[in-house]
Design a protein around this ligand. Structure first.
Ligand SMILES: Nc1ncnc2c1ncn2[C@@H]1O[C@H](COP(=O)(O)OP(=O)(O)OP(=O)(O)O)[C@@H](O)[C@H]1O
Ligand SMILES: [Mg+2]
Length: 234
């Protein structure tokens, strides 16, 4: 087996005195699509933010691309290729679609990617000059994805891309995520929509109250009776 590109061992994080993550360990191999699933408040966002470095955390080990990144700033991690699409998308609503995409290259990447991303999301070409804030929820999620892809990420962290979207759009966004994986992008996908996330993932981790409760191949988690009953509501 190839060495993991991301290795997290014994990660703890807290908000003030309140623990949010306890002893979380996970690994991601190059080219994998790994799903982090769990209910509201399970700790998915805190974990994603701990990996990208915007959330303080302590770890026994945190390695990316062969380097110890435990003390690396969020900015350094972006330059190394860890790029997050944050929960809620965090676009610049008053700026045009194109400017939002180009801002993706601020820390990393080049504008040469623009054509490729526009080919993937034709709607962004059509709306190129419109303020990002005028796009629908699904279109904004495509833009947030496109902006992250402008950086040519080595590891793409997607936090709750299905948030607030109608089922048809959830399917469309997840289809794009599956396409990115098929083209070789390494992805960690955190989503409350466990079924949809596990359906496109290679492996999954099931979280509850800041801990990993189950992990394994996504297909096995989807069919595991305990996981189904407790976490998938089926
Ligand atoms: N800024 C904050 N201050 C204090 N506690 C927080 C803060 N953000 C999150 N928490 C707490 O940390 C825990 C984990 O929250 P987190 O947002 O990581 O969960 P989540 O799995 O992403 O949830 P969701 O599915 O709603 O996005 C929860 O108990 C939450 O209340
Ligand atoms: Mg969250």
């Amino acid at each position: 087996m190839t060495a993991p590109i991301l290795e997290v061992q014994g990660l703890d994080s807290r908000y003030g005195r309140v623990p949010a993550l306890s002893d979380v360990s996970l690994e991601v191999r190059p080219g994998e699509l790994v799903a982090i699933v769990g209910a509201n408040g399970a700790g998915k966002t805190t974990l994603m933010r701990s990996i990208s470095g915007v959330q303080p955390a302590s770890t026994r080990a945190l390695r990316f691309d062969g380097q110890d990144i435990a003390r690396a700033s969020a900015r350094k991690r972006v330059r190394m290729g860890i790029v997050q699409v944050p929960e809620g998308r965090q676009l610049f609503p008053a700026l045009s679609v194109e400017d939002n995409l180009l801002l993706g290259t601020f820390a990393r990447g080049t504008r040469e990617k623009l054509d490729e991303i526009c080919a993937m999301f034709p709607i962004l070409v059509q709306k190129r000059n419109d303020p990002a804030g005028t796009l629908s929820g699904g279109q904004q999620q495509m833009l947030a994805l496109g902006r992250a892809l402008m950086t040519q990420p080595k590891l793409l962290l997607l936090d709750e891309p299905s948030m607030g979207l109608a089922p048809r759009l959830v399917a469309e966004v997840f289809q794009h995520v599956a396409t990115l994986k098929a083209r070789g992008t390494t992805i960690v996908l955190a989503d409350q929509n466990a079924r949809a996330a596990l359906a496109i993932a290679d492996r999954g981790y099931v979280m509850e109250t800041g801990r990993i409760m189950f992990s394994g191949p996504a297909g096995e988690l989807l069919h595991d009776e305990k996981v189904r009953q407790a976490y998938l509501g089926m």
